[in-house]
Every structure is written in C-alpha cells, then in structure tokens.
Design a protein around this ligand. Structure first.
Ligand code: TRP
Length: 370
C-alpha cells in the first residue's frame, strides 16, 4: 500500500513557533525522509470559515501567509502538494455522505469540539450570557476533516495532540463506511511530535499555549529584533530576583523552550561553560546563573534556526504570484486525487447510476416483464 501523508492548518493567522515545533518541523523531516509516496499539505480555508463566517477577509488574507510559512520552513512543492481546501469541492461531497454515518450525539462528545464551543462562546447552556449558538458547519467540521483525510487515502496524519479526537472520529467513519459499503477507505494513523514539550509549547508569558489572541506568540516571520524583544520579556521565575538567589526551572518559560530546542552542540557553540542542559539547570537551581545569560543563550539558539527560515521567506515574498501559482497547481493535483476517491465512494455506495449498467439492465428487464 502507498504511504500517504495528509495534514494542514487553518489560515487564521501567520504560523508561530508552536506550529513549527508541533508540526512543521516534523513535516519537513517526513518530506525529506523519502519514505512517503505522496504528501498533501492543505490550507484549510473552508474549515477556518466554520467559525469565521463573519470574517472571510481574515481567512482570505492569511492564505498567502500560511503558504509563505510553509515554503520558508522547507516544504518543497517538488516533493509535496500544497493546496487550498475550498478549491477541492469533492471534499464537500464526501462530507455530505459521511454525515449519515455519524450521530449528533457522537459529535457532541468530541472533546475538541466541546472545548472549542465553550471557548468561542457558541455554547447555549444556562451560564452563557450571549448564547450565540453553534454554527452547524462548525459542529460538523470533524466530519469534513474525515473527508480531507480519506479523500487522499492518507495513511499518516502528522498533527498536534489537540487533533487526536479528529483522527479518532475519522477512523470510526472509515470503519463504519467500509463495514456498510465494503472495503473502500484507508484507515489513517496519527503521528504526534516526538518531544513532549513540543506538543504544547507555552506562550512567552508561560500562561498557556501560544495563541494569537493572547499576544504571546513568536512568529516564524518575526524579525531578529522582535525575537530578541520577545525572549527578553519571557516569563522566568518571579522568585529569582538576584543572580545569587536559587531559581526554579519548572514553569520557567526560558527553560521550557531550552527543553524544546537546545542540543549539546548548542552548548559547545554558544555556552561552553556547561556541557549540557542538566548542568545549566543545576547551576540555575543552586543560584548564581542570571536570567540574562539564559535568555541570550536561548536567543542564539532560536536565531540559528529562524534566520534561514526568515531569509527563505524574503525570497518567496518577492514573487507572490509564483506562490499563488504553486497553490493553484497543487489544488489541481489534489482535486484529481479527491475526485478519484469520490468516484470509488460513489461506486461503493452504488450511487453511480449512469455508469451502472446492471442497474439499467435490471430496471429495463423489470419493466419489460410487466
Ligand atoms: N483542524 C486542523 C487545525 O485546526 C486543520 C485541518 C483541517 C487538518 N483538515 C485537516 C489537519 C486534516 C489534519 C488533517 O489546524
């Protein structure tokens, strides 16, 4: 069986470091591993519209931002198909049929959907004052996501932990479809980031995960100056007032980031006083290691991998029409693949009436016999 990757992002903002460690880095590695027959990377604009119906312009503006972020991180249009979800209408058709295989109750139990309904103020329970209600399209997006995944016969879906319930729901739909209509769809596996800190990189304030609305993000497109400013303002240990005070590394964002990014080579290169992160942490705990030194070290590490990304982004920014052309071509390739799967689905469901010679002959015979 072919090994196929499908994954993607909602274009609601520029991508940040959380996206990079949580998924982009892994995607580029998987792309370059040569282990996969096909890789599809989707800009999920239709999914973004499920909770941005009143702000389509935001989604429209961010398509190019996400595309630039992808390309600058090293996703290579020669090796993977980058496309825009809404330009593959077959995905909607698939979702329409999958909807019959999922109950409202099952969707209501989806933990991510549940949480998002609360977070977005869609909830219509007693306590919610504004009672906006949940858009049907939003409520059913896990089904649309199952279409995204199955349309490309994805075997592998690299995502962050928050997406686990979506993959689970997709697997249920695949089981259900195949058991009702015969073996047609491919059962996908999820792959999570390896490093656990990467699964949920906190924001620079240390409060929660990176989120645009909290203003605690480091963007892949940030300048060197912006990054320096953000690193310098990072939350550390409020009890570590004097350099000589003992410090805490738990809950200290600088150390959380070091956990996610630093290697022993970084010590040799930028902070040779320590052989590794454990030694550095010990010194911080004992007292005598200042936040300034830690932040400078972190900044150097981040610059090392962000600078080339920034440079590549600049090159693509000079030729935006070319980037749209990459997306157009990608969408064409994606569409051909999705159309093929849709045909198979309709065959399996026997709703391919005009191609169904048996049906026509059978109906004709029925009426002849009368
Ligand atoms: N839900 C994903 C996100 O919010 C985006 C997405 C849409 C996706 N369809 C997908 C991810 C299919 C993986 C597979 O980022």
């Amino acid at each position: 069986m072919e090994k196929i990757i499908l994954t993607g992002d909602r274009p609601t903002g520029k991508l940040h470091l959380g996206h990079y460690v949580g998924s982009l880095k892994r995607r580029v590695e998987l792309q370059n591993s040569g282990e996969f027959d096909k890789i599809f990377i989707m800009i999920a604009d239709a999914q973004a519209l499920t909770d941005n119906a009143d702000n389509p312009e935001k989604v429209r503006q961010n398509i190019i931002e996400v595309a630039l972020d992808y390309l600058s991180c090293g996703l290579d249009p020669e090796k993977c198909t980058i496309f825009i979800q809404s330009q593959v209408p077959e995905l909607c058709e698939l979702a329409f049929y999958y909807m019959n295989l999922v109950t409202v109750q099952r969707l209501q139990r989806n933990p991510t959907v549940k949480q998002e309904i609360q977070m977005r103020g869609f909830s219509d329970d007693e306590e919610n004052q504004n009672k906006k209600g949940t858009p049907v399209g939003f409520f059913t997006y896990p089904i649309s996501q199952a279409s995204d995944i199955t349309a490309f016969k994805a075997t592998t879906v690299p995502v962050g932990v928050d997406q686990a319930p979506m993959i689970e729901q997709t697997r249920e739909i695949v089981h259900k479809f195949n058991s009702v209509y015969g073996e047609t769809l491919v059962l996908p596996e999820m792959v999570l980031p390896e490093n656990t800190t990467c699964c949920r990189l906190p924001g620079t304030d240390g409060k929660a995960k990176m989120s645009k609305s909290l203003g605690n993000c480091i963007y892949l497109s940030d300048t060197s100056k912006e990054i320096k400013k953000k690193v310098n303002s990072m939350f550390t240990d409020p009890e570590h007032l004097q350099i000589t005070d003992p410090g805490h590394v738990e809950g200290n964002v600088v150390f959380t980031y070091l956990d996610a990014f630093c290697t022993t080579e970084h010590f040799a290169k930028f902070l040779p006083e320590y052989a590794n992160l454990d030694e550095m942490k010990d010194h911080y705990r004992r007292g005598g290691l200042g936040d300034g030194t830690c932040k400078k070290f972190l900044f150097n590490i981040m610059e090392e991998f962000l600078a080339p990304i920034r440079e590549r982004r600049k090159v693509y920014e000079q030729d935006i029409p070319q980037v749209f052309e990459i997306l157009r071509k990608g969408s064409e390739v994606a569409r051909a693949q999705a159309a093929k799967t849709l045909e198979e689905v309709k065959d399996a469901m026997k709703i391919n009436y005009f191609a169904d010679k048996d049906l026509i002959a059978e109906q004709a015979a029925k009426y002849k016999a009368k």
